[in-house]
Design a protein around this ligand. Structure first.
Ligand code: ATP
Length: 563
């Protein structure tokens, strides 16, 4: 099989080792100068302290009034609509109707897949809509609408209508601050928030100080979700439309094999580290009634973003490893995953949910009956402007030191927590070794790099070193087309997925570092090859011949691209 090798010539002496997913936040550098003036004026009026010498100093670490960071939004009298309810209750449908009928608007979602879907839907309805995510920027002539990933939310323009989807994610340890930024910062006449009712009290509390008008709408599930009284027990009871949920790649492939060994069903797979294009193709095959792939084996990556024709969700386990320990799934996680069964208007309008083992049923039943625990606090992170001002006043360009200073000294109101940036600090430690400006360092720190993945972390370091040395990065110097006999092992598949992640990261950085990355197209074509190779790999893991033949043309395409 043709593939390409990642040259392992990066020194690992900088030793970064764990997962970073600070998201793909849009840099706001171009507005820094202007906004510093505005920010200092606003914030200094609210909080100052005096030094012994009697001169007045600005307390950069005072984050108690984050609503004052967004003067554009504060000038508006926003009408905020909360669309709250369980999954599959029509919340997003109603919010998107408003977006579609407004003269200008922005949709902010937690996933690229969701932004894609909304852009596609609006364009189809003859409402020109741009798509802006960390990895792509598709501009449509005459567009007054944008569909973006939440980190890309634009807080400097004015809109008639804005939608923030899955707003309960403002409580997320790592990405919550981007939802808070969008909630406080988007300047729109109408702001529609879709999500779990558990977020209502917190949002009401946060918006008390903004002068916005709030209206709450509660929704009920559109189609029934029936928890089964009996467990699955045996894989011989698997039926068309079933989705088995488990939480590791290894388990996903083990279960796929087990089900296919019964010779009654073929399984599509969906999990987080599959490239989005591959994930979408796998979902499409599962949804397609004429395809032989009638069962899905998936991780909790199905919880958001994909439209799936699932009849029954089957939990293979109610425990998951969260990076630190094995723990029970939370009520919210169970409801979000179970809620994917029986989507309104789909082939299976009534959803069913069960577990493989009888002993897991009580937790499943009790969770489905319980309300999700109320959200207590929203994520917050200092803006780049605050860090920049701090760096000027304290004459330091050391991002790690600046971040630590903010973390150690941040003053917060009771509605907020400071975002978990342990991983960001690890990237900062690497990047501070290089001769880069503060803004470039900041970009590397917020890039969507998976530092838990060895190839990804090496890729980031190598990119940053090349960039710092020459101010220019040529992909050809980092990736070399070559021949790799991919053995039929999960490790080889993991390697391909990692390479795809690195390419994704390079495209992300290329958008941010502007002209310094001339190989963007090469990265895109190599990404395409990579997803094809992953698909071929999936095929090798037990797909039947009739399906394999469908990939012949793709294989030809991949070898042409490599030539
Ligand atoms: N009034 C309606 N008419 C036609 N289709 C609808 C209507 N309301 C919802 N739907 C469809 O039902 C499905 C579920 O709706 P929607 O995605 O809005 O739910 P949701 O509550 O936002 O769910 P989730 O939280 O899972 O995204 C979608 O396919 C949507 O297009």
């Amino acid at each position: 099989m043709a593939s390409f090798l990642l040259r392992r010539r990066i020194s690992s002496s900088l030793g970064v080792s764990r997962t970073l997913h600070a998201g793909n936040m849009e840099p706001i550098w171009q507005h820094v100068e202007l906004r510093i003036a505005a920010l200092v004026t606003i914030s200094c009026a609210t909080r100052k302290y005096s030094s012994c010498a009697g001169t007045t100093k600005f307390d950069f670490t005072d984050l108690t009034r984050p609503h004052t960071w967004y003067p554009n939004a504060r000038r508006k009298h926003r009408k905020v609509f909360l669309h709250m309810g369980p999954t599959n209750s029509g919340k997003t449908y109603h919010a998107l109707k408003q977006l579609e009928s407004s003269s200008s608007g922005i949709y902010c979602g937690p996933l690229r897949l969701l932004a894609w879907e909304v852009a596609k839907r609006l364009n189809k309805a003859k409402v020109p809509c741009d798509l802006i995510t960390g990895q792509e920027r598709e501009e449509v002539d005459g567009a007054e609408h944008k569909a973006v990933t939440v980190e890309m939310a634009d807080v400097t323009s004015d809109y008639h209508c804005a939608v923030i989807d899955e707003i309960q994610m403002l409580g997320c340890r790592t990405r919550g601050f981007s939802f808070t930024r969008a909630l406080l910062g988007i300047s729109a006449d109408e702001l529609h928030l879709c999500g779990d009712a558990a977020a209502v009290p917190l949002i009401q509390e946060i918006l008390k100080v903004t002068g916005d008008e709030i209206e709450v709408h509660y929704y009920e599930r559109l189609s029934p979700l029936v928890p089964s009284k009996v467990p699955l027990v045996s894989f011989s009871h698997i039926q068309t439309g079933d989705c088995i949920v488990t939480f590791s790649r290894r388990e996903i492939y083990r279960l796929k094999k087990k089900i296919e060994n019964e010779e009654k069903h073929l399984c599509s797979v969906v999990y987080g580290s599959l490239p989005p294009e591959t994930r979408t193709r796998q979902a499409t095959m599962f949804n397609d009634a004429s395809s032989d792939f009638d069962v899905l084996v998936a991780s909790d990556a199905i919880g958001m973003g994909l439209n799936l024709n699932i009849s029954r969700i089957i939990f293979s386990t109610m425990k998951k490893f969260d990076g630190i320990e094995m723990r029970d799934l939370t009520i919210s996680e169970i409801k979000q995953i179970a809620g994917r069964a029986g989507r309104y208007g789909s082939k299976f309008p009534v959803g069913e949910v069960t577990c493989i083992d009888a002993e897991d049923l009580p937790l499943l039943h009790s969770s489905l009956k319980s309300p999700s625990p109320t959200l207590e606090r929203a994520g917050l992170f200092p803006t780049f402007e605050l860090m920049f001002m701090y760096s000027r006043v304290h004459q330091t360009n050391d991002l790690h030191q600046i971040l630590e200073h903010f973390l150690d000294n941040a003053k917060l109101s009771e509605n907020y927590f400071i975002a978990d940036c342990e991983e960001t600090l690890k990237v900062a430690a690497v990047i501070d070794e290089l001769p880069l400006g503060l803004h470039d360092k900041y970009l590397f720190c917020i890039s969507p790099v998976d530092m838990g993945d060895e190839i990804s972390s090496q890729g980031l370091t190598q990119f940053a070193q090349n960039y710092a040395n020459k101010g220019i990065v040529r992909l050809r110097e980092i990736f070399t087309p070559g021949t790799l006999q991919v053995p039929k092992t999960p490790a080889a598949l993991k390697e391909l997925e990692s390479i795809h992640k690195v390419l994704d990261l390079y495209v992300w950085l290329s958008f941010r570092l502007e002209d310094s990355f001339p190989d963007r197209e090469l990265a895109s074509s190599q990404k395409a090859i990579c997803s094809l190779l992953i698909e071929e790999f999936l095929e090798r893991l037990g797909w039947e011949m009739p399906i394999a033949r469908r990939f012949q043309s793709r294989r030809r395409l991949s070898s042409q691209l490599l030539d």
